[in-house]
Every structure is written in structure tokens, then in C-alpha cells.
Write a protein that binds this ligand. Structure first.
Ligand code: CP
Ligand code: NVA
Length: 304
């Protein structure tokens, strides 16, 4: 049994399979072909933070695969009243076939997985957001082909999404140019990196974006860091992805954002709503990659 707790839990070869399988699953969905490999299987989704896309894509995805999904949150379950995560894992995993968790520290999901009888998927922690980057890379491949050897510019906070891009660069062999304000730099150990061969930090965001194949960013204040919001608005003011920044990237560069976005903060409206933006495909692809992921964790490889 495998879990999917961070991007580096899978090999490059497994991603090759998953991207091929995602293509097929997406084609079946688009042509209204019924695909019910997970009949009678139950997904439990545990949310300790808010969500639109993650909840919707996992819940709709499980239904589309023939199974059912149950939503739990901290507010109305015993999880919010101090039940140990190890106990919750024992019980929840005896009544379900697969679990997705969105929580705070990575340690919480690791403790849950260590006590779970069924596969556990990371639906975002403070440190990582692997399902997002699987969808982002699938989206890049759809628009531009293989990501190997390409350059991704990450502009803004070195958060969970950034850390996951950095892990993906090591596994899939591409480069990430990161520019953060001073004091918000990447911490390689927290990002779970093996080395520094696949990323470079830039003080100037324009230099990070120069020549990039993909420019991406995320909110300046992630969930759980709301107390720092005012300070971050000041610190990140020069780290907005705007049209000038897109102009120094490659002419055919795409723009991505995991969403939700704040126009006028981390991204200018003319970029996210402009011709280089692929954010809606990126959001939709969460559904398709996660269906491939759940099928893989429960059934192993099937013919793509
Ligand atoms: N991108 C993403 O995970 O969105 P939600 O917070 O809406 O799930
Ligand atoms: N970095 C953001 C991503 C939201 C999908 C957060 O953790 O809030």
C-alpha cells in the first residue's frame, strides 16, 4: 500500500504512467464514457482548512469513478476537540478505502498515514501541495509538451506550492528560478530537497522570470499565516507578476496560479485574465489527475 504525502513519494516512471493515465481518464470524461473502477469504494476527505477546488475535485472525482465521498471537517468532528490523530486514523481507515487530508503541519498527515490501513493523500499541508503540482505539470505537458529541461519561474512566497515545485524539479528534471522578498527565501530542508541542482534563488523577480517557459505565483499569505497579512502586503509589494514580467519570459511562456488568486496583489488582472494564462485548465486538471491518482493507489496500474 502506498500513500501520497509529498511529490517525491513517486518516481519519474510513476509520473509518466499517471500523466498517460490522466490523459485517458480525461478523454473518457469528455466523451461521457462511464468509468466506474471504484464501485463500492469510499473516500473520506478531512479538511482542517478551507477549500473550493480540492474538495470539489476529489468529491466529484470519486463519484465519477463509481465510488462515494464523505466530507469531514475539524469544526463538526471530534478532530477539532483533541482526539489524537493516531486514534482518528485507526477508526477512519477501518470504515473507508482511501483518505484525503488537508491540514497544517506535514507531521500531522505523516502520523495519520502511519496509523492508517488505507492509502492517504495530501490535499495540502503547510509544507506541500503535491496534487496541485501534478495538475500543473499535466497542464504544462498538454500545452507545451515535456517539462524536462524547461525553466519554471516562481515569484513570491516560498510556501507549500513552491516547495512542491522544487521537489518536482528534482524528480522530473527541470529548473525552478525562485524570487522571494528578503526573509522569505526557500529553506531546502523544509522543502525536502536532495540538493540545489534544480533551483536557483534570485533577489530580483525580473531576473527569475527572464527566459522562463512557465511563470507562476501564489497568494502572499497562505492559510494559517493570516496574522502576518499586513506585513506581507508590504514585504511582497514588488513581487507582483505583471505584464512587464511576462514580457521578459519566453514569448510562448504560460502563466499558472493554483487559485484562489488576488488580482492586484500577487498577479495583475491583465496577466491572469490574459492570453498566456492557463489557470482554468490548471484548475480543471485537478479533477483528472486526482482520479488517476485514486485509481492508481487503489488498483495499481491499469492499461492506459
Ligand atoms: N488550489 C487549491 O487547492 O484550491 P482550494 O484551496 O480551493 O482547494
Ligand atoms: N499556498 C496556499 C495555497 C492555497 C491552495 C495556501 O496554503 O493557502
Amino acid at each position: 500500500m502506498s500513500h501520497y504525502l509529498q511529490f517525491k513519494d513517486f518516481t519519474r516512471e510513476e509520473y509518466d504512467y499517471l500523466f498517460a493515465r490522466t490523459r485517458r481518464i480525461k478523454e473518457m470524461f469528455k466523451s461521457y464514457q462511464q468509468h466506474w473502477p471504484l464501485v463500492d469504494r469510499t473516500l473520506v476527505m478531512i479538511f482542517e482548512k478551507a477549500s473550493t477546488r480540492t474538495r470539489l475535485s476529489f468529491e466529484a472525482g470519486m463519484h465519477q469513478l463509481g465510488g462515494s465521498a464523505i466530507y469531514l471537517n475539524t469544526r463538526d468532528s471530534q478532530l477539532g476537540r483533541g482526539e489524537p490523530v493516531e486514534d482518528a486514523a485507526q477508526v477512519i481507515s477501518r470504515m473507508s478505502d482511501i483518505v484525503m487530508i488537508r491540514t497544517f503541519e506535514q507531521d500531522i498527515i505523516e502520523r495519520f498515514a502511519a496509523n492508517s490501513r488505507v492509502p492517504v493523500i495530501n490535499g495540502l499541508t503547510n509544507e506541500y501541495h503535491p496534487c496541485q503540482i501534478m495538475a500543473d505539470i499535466f497542464t504544462f505537458i498538454e500545452h507545451r509538451g515535456s517539462i524536462q529541461g524547461k525553466t519554471v519561474a516562481w515569484i513570491g512566497d516560498s510556501n507549500n506550492v513552491c516547495n512542491t515545485w522544487l521537489q518536482a524539479a528534482e524528480i522530473l528534471d527541470f529548473n525552478v528560478h525562485v524570487s522571494t522578498p528578503p526573509g522569505y527565501e526557500v529553506e531546502p530542508e523544509r522543502a525536502g530537497l536532495y540538493g540545489t541542482d534544480h533551483f536557483e534563488q534570485f533577489a530580483d523577480p525580473m531576473e527569475a522570470a527572464r527566459g522562463a517557459d512557465l511563470v507562476t505565483t501564489d497568494v502572499w499569505t497562505s492559510m494559517g499565516f493570516e496574522a502576518e497579512n499586513e506585513e506581507r502586503l508590504r514585504d511582497f509589494a514588488d513581487w507582483q507578476v505583471d505584464a512587464d514580467m511576462m514580457r521578459v519570459a519566453k514569448a510562448d511562456a504560460v502563466f499558472m496560479h493554483c487559485l484562489p488568486a488576488h488580482r492586484g496583489e500577487e498577479v495583475a488582472a491583465e496577466v491572469i485574465d490574459g492570453p498566456q494564462s492557463v489557470v482554468w485548465d490548471e484548475a480543471e486538471n485537478r479533477l483528472h489527475v486526482q482520479k488517476a491518482l485514486m485509481e492508481y493507489l487503489l488498483l495499481g496500474r491499469v492499461n492506459p
